[in-house]
Design a protein around this ligand. Structure first.
Ligand code: GLU
Length: 468
């Protein structure tokens, strides 16, 4: 048996949709698992809505989720617009075989006829008129009586009554092939064995199956995967929801978190849901794909991302965060950023991040010339009994410390707290406020170790002076 050939066939009409990414990943997992091929075909024949730059956007988005054009399983991209001649030739083949026919009825003609006959749709009126090509004529497919059974690997056998399918148009009056036809002709020509796509295309499938058969090729394995829905159980869409894969990337989601999460939409891994790609690729089975719509749950995605961020080594975390740390929104000047300090703090920053974009805000005070004071938090901290006294005593004790490390910083402050009958949290607060300007942040003593003795004491003394 020849190796299976999968494909995705996105149209370059905008940012790559997360649903498209999920479909791509399902195809990719199977193509690689089965030693097959993943074909990328750009369906760019709708010239009103297509823009060439979106094609590159699709390629980049796929590469981000690990579907690399350099992988030996990858083939393409092919542009549908390069095959128009073949689409037209296929229509001719169908006309020659009597499986399709010309029709000159305009929309207005059809409407008038339906009005007169009290019907709807198009009842094959030109089937036996033996019209040839001519201006304003379309080509329609002759739908035969009977039923069409689509054998779907996910949904089982789905039966369609051919009586409910009108003789659909294959070639428009301007000579342009319709999407349905071009899609099938390309799939045949590209020897696609598996058409795995979103459920919304299921209604097209009986027509497409008729076309495959009429063109003399057994239809492929069909698999329609469930829709992605939002919290209101509505299909996620550009208008209502954040659906662009690129946007998640820009917001600091990790590619492998996104990939793992997308794979759980409509499929449940055997073990824990958080799994490395090789495991997923090996375990994924079409038979296990669910029928019901999958909830695209942003909270769950955030949880996956947090998990994946925590799994990074300090160096990987630094590299992943770099665009945010050195970007215009970092909150500190890029030339004050210090990699060594960041690496030392990384294990304490990672658990505080949902996205990579959160990282600068956790450690900005380490890289600012002066901390930015949160006035409310500051006022509250120093209104507490003994807060100012603790700060003064900490300055003296820290100044006298021999070894500047987080254990010593902690035990020194703990001892001061004990003399004021304060727990560590309360004792830390004035020191934290003095060095960071805030009442919350990463573990204090590790931060002070990284900040260094001189800078820590300078900030504490400045705070003391400001309070005096
Ligand atoms: N161009 C179609 C789309 O983007 C492809 C449908 C299919 O996968 O067959 O929805």
């Amino acid at each position: 048996m020849s190796s299976p050939r999968f494909r995705i066939a996105p149209s370059p009409t905008g940012y790559f949709h997360v649903g498209g990414a999920r479909t791509a990943l399902f195809n990719w997992a199977l193509a690689r698992q089965l030693g097959g091929t993943f074909v990328l075909r750009i369906e760019d024949t709708d010239t009103d809505r297509n823009r060439p730059e979106w094609t590159q956007g699709i390629i980049d988005a796929l590469a981000w989720i690990g579907i690399s054009a350099d992988d030996p399983h990858f083939e393409g991209p092919y542009l549908q617009s390069d095959y128009t001649q073949q689409h037209v030739a296929a229509v001719q083949q169908l006309v020659d075989a009597g499986k399709a026919y010309y029709c000159d009825m305009t929309a207005a003609d059809i409407e008038a006829r339906n009005k007169a006959e009290g019907s709807t749709g198009y009842a094959g009126w030109s089937r036996d008129r033996n019209l040839g090509p001519g201006p304003d004529r379309v080509v329609r497919f002759r739908v035969l009586a009977g039923t069409t059974i689509v054998r779907d690997q996910v949904r089982g056998d789905v039966e369609f009554d051919n009586a409910l399918i009108e003789d659909f148009v294959l070639l428009r009056s301007n000579g342009a092939p319709v999407f349905l036809l071009a899609n099938v002709v390309d799939d045949i020509h590209m020897r696609i064995s598996h058409v795995l796509r979103a459920e919304e295309h299921l209604s097209n499938t009986p027509k497409q199956q008729m076309l495959w058969e009429a063109l003399g090729t057994p239809s492929p394995v069909w698999a329609h995967v469930p829709l992605l829905v939002n919290e209101q159980r509505k299909k996620i869409s550009k208008r209502r929801d954040k659906v662009a894969l690129e946007q998640y990337r820009a917001e600091g989601y990790l590619a492998n978190a996104m990939v793992n999460y997308l794979m759980t939409l409509g499929w449940t891994p055997k073990g824990p849901e958080v799994q490395p790609w090789p495991q997923i690729e090996g375990d994924f089975r079409l038979e296990d794909v669910h029928l019901s719509p999958a909830f695209f749950d942003l909270k769950k995605l955030a949880a996956f991302n947090g998990d994946y961020i925590r799994m990074l080594s300090a160096h990987e975390f630094l590299e992943a965060c770099r665009p945010w740390l050195l970007g215009p929104d970092a909150g500190f000047p890029a030339d004050r950023f210090d990699e060594t300090k960041f690496l030392a703090m990384a294990p304490h920053i990672q658990p505080r991040c949902v996205t990579l974009a959160d990282a600068p805000g956790v450690v900005d005070f380490l890289f600012l010339a002066e901390p930015i004071i949160d006035q409310d938090a500051w006022a509250k901290v120093f209104a507490a009994p003994d807060a100012v006294a603790v700060l003064r005593e900490a300055i003296v004790a820290y100044d006298a410390m021999v070894e500047w490390n987080h254990e010593a910083l902690k035990s020194t402050l703990e001892a001061i707290g004990a003399t004021h009958d304060l727990k560590l949290g309360k004792t830390q607060a004035p020191v934290r406020a003095a060095v960071s300007g805030r009442s919350v942040g990463p573990p204090l003593f590790e931060a002070l170790e990284v900040l260094g003795r001189d800078e820590t004491l300078r900030r504490m003394r400045n705070a003391e002076a400001a309070l005096a």
